[in-house]
Design a protein around this ligand. Sequence first.
Ligand code: ADP
Length: 319
Amino acid sequence: VRRIGVLTSGGDAPGMNAAIRAVVRKAIYHGLEVIGIRRGYAGLIQGEFREMHVGSVADIIHRGGTILLTARSERFKTEEGRKEALQKIQEAGLDGLVVIGGDGSFRGAAHLARLGVPTIGVPATIDNDIPCTDYTIGFDTAVNTAVDAINKARDTATSHERIIIVEVMGRQSGFIALNAGLAGGAESILIPEIDYDLDMVVEKIERGRKRGKLHSIIVVAEGVGSAIDISKEIEKKGGFETRVIILGHIQRGGTPTAFDRMLASYTGARAVELLLEGKSGQMVGFENNRVVNYPLEEVLQRTKTVDREAYELAGVLSI
Ligand code: ADP
């Protein structure tokens, strides 16, 4: 292995930059040349390559976003598109590739590995919906952003004795909602993985009111549907007024937490080690406080679900 490429793909996540930095510096430390590929697989097909040096990744460990830019590429999903990518990889003399992204990006990475390109995935998505790793880069930052918003919503909800419904991201998974709801002390948490009953949510609000608690925070994962629709139903069922906050894309930005930077540093560096060991088609993960790796094929077959005990605990602690 002499020369490797690195790209970020799919949805961006805070900490991607720290991962790029880890890949570039670890590779240079071992005497490798590193090519930064801009705009994910779209840039790979277009040959948007640039040499990376130690200084190319200076001053980015604390920045959100990705200096390599990210994109979605429909063309890469086709066999011709992937052939074009393969040709660019060969022309550039790349002996390996690190793909920093989510599950869609790993489907692409698995294809490249099958085409003979040594490819390693580094999980980065705020949704935390990647199996074979306890956490993905960006998740902790997104949860902290959501908790920060919940804290602020709680202040005004308390002053005005209001019910505030906070919609958080997560696509089809409830990891952000569950952790942000638990850490933010939400009264109810609605996530796609666990059936909920709006009558119970309303009952809980009413129970709280009888006890003199006049505000309520309900966290809704985007995967269960629109917070606006849910708020209307709650208003209809309970006869009280609600306010809705949709956090949206601010959850994808911001300076990454120390945890996300450490996770990015560990997993980015390990990806380079795997390439040096001659491995391919693997994803680096972080399980039980240790850096691990699994075949991408296995990652793509498995599913990851939220911790039911944590969900139940959140219910118990918000009686
Ligand atoms: P994420 O990596 O955040 O899940 P996407 O699902 O948008 O993001 O995937 C990012 C890119 O990965 C897509 O635009 C596409 O180029 C590539 N990709 C996704 N699914 C596949 C697939 N089944 N085969 C080949 N490439 C894929």
